[in-house]
Structure formats: structure tokens, C-alpha cells
Design a protein around this ligand. Structure first.
Ligand code: ADE
Length: 232
């Protein structure tokens, strides 16, 4: 999979070279290119924003650098581009969307700052490419960069061959086929820590009983924390 990220803060993406995503990049499974939007500006101050038409607080990202960025990225590869625009006004990012993005050959992340990107950039891109505006949740970040880190990690770990034991994808919260329950609590050794014991059932060796206990725990947790997932 090819990933391009366009941002005025390319340094945000150094952590992508760590851990599992870093390994996927090092092995060639993922081809990551981070681009500084300012490289597509032509004035002395490398200006990427301006005041909003109609007035109001904040700044809006200018369309020209974004247009040049999209043209340059299109030229750089024959793979069809899916443009992902993180914005609090986007569709909620879910595990289902992560699975969908994982099927695309090339994701281009367009990181807005300030009050966002001039809408004409989004409209223009929508005429030419697949564009998905995505929100990480109902809160406001200062820009799309942190959202891209989260989306990238959620997507790359789903690519075939990236996670050593694919069974671990099956049981976790929100995984495909497990959409309605949060994950049950997990324990490891030692059996007693600071006076707290591991639930006895987990030491029983009875897999059927353990599976039932985990199901009950997952259901109780989901009811307490996310009743919406149970339709309650
Ligand atoms: N940019 C700013 N806030 C955001 C959010 N909640 N999700 C995705 N991108 C954002």
C-alpha cells in the first residue's frame, strides 16, 4: 500500500517509523511519503492560509498549494488515489471504515489546519478522485495530523502480513464479526499482584467455561460503557 501525507508539519509523522507501522514501512509492505505543503507555495513566506471570505475567526488554507500538491502526487504514481481528509465535520472513523481503507492501493492524507481547507479543493478533488472526509470523534484537534497517525495505525495493522498472529485481529473490540461488543478484560502472570487475584475461572483450563465468562464480561462492559452498541 502506498501512503502519502501532505501537511505543514511533516515532523509529526516521525513516529510512523516506530513499531508495527515502522516495520511495515521497513519491509516495503507500506510505502510512506510525507510531503511539506509549503513546498508547493511560491511566495517568500510560504503562505498556506488566508482570512475567510464572509468574515469570522481563524484562517482557511489557500487552494493553490493544495491544487499543486494533488497534481504532483498524481504524477508520482499510477495507483488510483483515495484522498482522506481528517476533519471534525467528516464521517465518524470506525473499524468498518478502517477495513475499507485497507482495501485501497493508495491513500493520500490531506492535513488541514486552522478552520480547514478551502472547500473548492475538496469539491475539485471529489470530481477527480475518491475523497473521504473522516472525523476521529466529536472533539476538535488543532489539525489533521494526529488523526492521520491514528487512522494510519488502524489501517496498516489490517494489511495482510502486517500482524504476526492474525487471530489477534479476530477477538478485539470492534473487529469484523464482533462489532457489537467491547473486549473482555485480560490478565497475565503473576496470579496475585498487590493482593488482587486473577479471576479463578481463567485458571480452570475449561475453555468452554472461560469462553462463556469472557462473553458475559464483554456484554456487561458494553452495557455499562457503550449501551448504544447493544441498541439500548
Ligand atoms: N481535525 C480537527 N479535529 C479533528 C477530528 N476530531 N477528527 C479528525 N480530524 C480533525
Amino acid at each position: 500500500m502506498r501512503l502519502d501525507v501532505v501537511s505543514i508539519f511533516p515532523d509529526y509523522f516521525a513516529p510512523l517509523h516506530l513499531s508495527l507501522v515502522g516495520k511495515a514501512i521497513a519491509s516495503g509492505r507500506v510505502d510512506l511519503a510525507v510531503h511539506d505543503l509549503r513546498s508547493w507555495t511560491h511566495d517568500r513566506h510560504h503562505t498556506t492560509d488566508d482570512t475567510p471570505y464572509g468574515g469570522g475567526a481563524g484562517m482557511v488554507m489557500k487552494p493553490e498549494p493544495w491544487g499543486e500538491a494533488l497534481d504532483a502526487l498524481e504524477q508520482a504514481s499510477d495507483l488510483p488515489m483515495t484522498i482522506v481528509v481528517p476533519t471534525p465535520a467528516g464521517q465518524p472513523f470506525t473499524q468498518a471504515l478502517a477495513y475499507e481503507l485497507a482495501t485501497r492501493p493508495r491513500l493520500v492524507f490531506a492535513c488541514g489546519r486552522y478552520e480547514g481547507i478551502d472547500q473548492r479543493v475538496i469539491d475539485y478533488a471529489t470530481d477527480t478522485y475518491e475523497v473521504i472526509e473522516v472525523s476521529l470523534g466529536d472533539y476538535v484537534l488543532n489539525g489533521g495530523e494526529v488523526a492521520v497517525l491514528a487512522i494510519t495505525e488502524a489501517v496498516v495493522r489490517l494489511l495482510p502480513g502486517v500482524i504476526g498472529n492474525p487471530d489477534s485481529l479476530l477477538e478485539e473490540s470492534h473487529s469484523e464479526g464482533n462489532e457489537q461488543l467491547l473486549e473482555y478484560p485480560n490478565y497475565t502472570k503473576p496470579p496475585i499482584w498487590r493482593g488482587r487475584e486473577v479471576p479463578e475461572v481463567l485458571l480452570s483450563g475449561n475453555h468452554a467455561v472461560i469462553a462463556r465468562w469472557r462473553q458475559e464480561q464483554a456484554t456487561a462492559r458494553t452495557r455499562a460503557r457503550r449501551p448504544d452498541l447493544l441498541g439500548e
